[in-house]
Design a protein around this ligand. Structure first.
Ligand code: C5P
Length: 267
């Protein structure tokens, strides 16, 4: 028996930091969507536990209890062989290990353990657009978010999340506009353009590759960083325009990871 799961790239369309708890964790207000690119996981139940990694980003992925897949299996009390096809850059602000962990919890029916594996794991349990609050544990689906054609650009720098949070000077910022309902795609994009990723400035300072990625996406309708970086996204009017932009960026920057994707939404 083989079970397969898809672990899609997670994109923070917005990431507002609204405060900091006494334990140091930050309070967030984020609109999260998922793309049609991601890692693939296969699982075969067996008496022992093993992780094999393949794919373009397999180098450096731990195959022991440092891998969230291993810890998800432990929490679920399950053993077996996992094959991970690592298509997403890691430490990149687009889910990576969190999405892998969520996919494994889902396939093992152990979703209740999500928060124990990281603040980003609960939102990755579902692939629909969601609003994420608290430190990541408070997630609600948001029905009206349209499917978006976008280009993801990762300039190949690894940005440690705790460092980015530590560099954020102003911890108490306004949350998202609470209405989260839009009559059409244009109204959604107008709203989105006025929101923020509060981690973008602290991530970019000291990482010139991030402003470089953002400026490579110039010409898109909305350009922003996802998560704590370094992946940035540009939203385009349609899939063809996104493909053309992705080709142009990839040609100029052959070492960057560049993908035209479509996010899961209602159209
Ligand atoms: O929970 P996770 O392992 O994804 O978080 C990595 C680090 O990011 C935490 O150790 C913490 O420093 C920071 N973080 C935070 N506030 C959050 C999520 C993460 O300060 N809501």
């Amino acid at each position: 028996m083989t079970i397969e799961a898809f672990a899609p790239a997670k994109i923070n369309l917005t990431l507002h930091v609204t405060g900091q708890r006494a334990d140091g964790y930050h309070l967030l207000d984020s609109l999260v969507v998922f793309a049609d690119v991601g890692d693939r996981i296969r699982f075969v139940p067996a008496p022992s536990k093993r992780i094999d990694v393949s794919g373009p980003f397999s180098v450096g992925v731990p195959t022991d209890d440092r891998n969230l897949i291993w810890r998800a299996a432990d929490l679920a009390g399950v053993t077996g062989h996992f094959s991970l096809e690592k298509n997403l850059p890691h430490g990149a602000g687009i889910g990576g290990g969190s999405s892998d962990a969520a996919a494994v919890l889902r396939l093992l029916g152990a979703e209740a353990h999500a928060l124990a594996l990281g603040a980003d794991v609960p939102v990755c349990l579902l692939d629909v657009p969601q609003r994420m609050r608290g430190i990541g544990e408070d997630v609600t689906p948001v029905g009206a978010v349209p499917a978006l054609d976008m280009v993801l650009v990762n300039p190949g720098v690894h940005v440690p999340t705790p460092e980015v949070f530590a560099r954020l000077r102003q911890k108490e910022n306004a949350g998202m506009d609470a209405r989260l309902g839009w009559p059409d795609v244009a109204a959604f994009k107008d709203w989105l353009a006025a929101q923020r990723n509060d981690l973008q400035t602290p991530a970019a300072s000291g990482n010139p590759a991030i402003p470089a990625a953002l400026s490579a996406l110039k010409g898109a309708e909305i350009v922003r960083m996802s998560g704590s970086g370094a992946t940035c996204f540009g939203i385009y009017p349609d899939a063809q325009t996104a493909e053309v932009a992705a080709d142009r960026i990839a040609q100029k920057q052959p070492r960057w990871w560049v993908r035209a994707v479509r996010t899961v939404g209602w159209s």
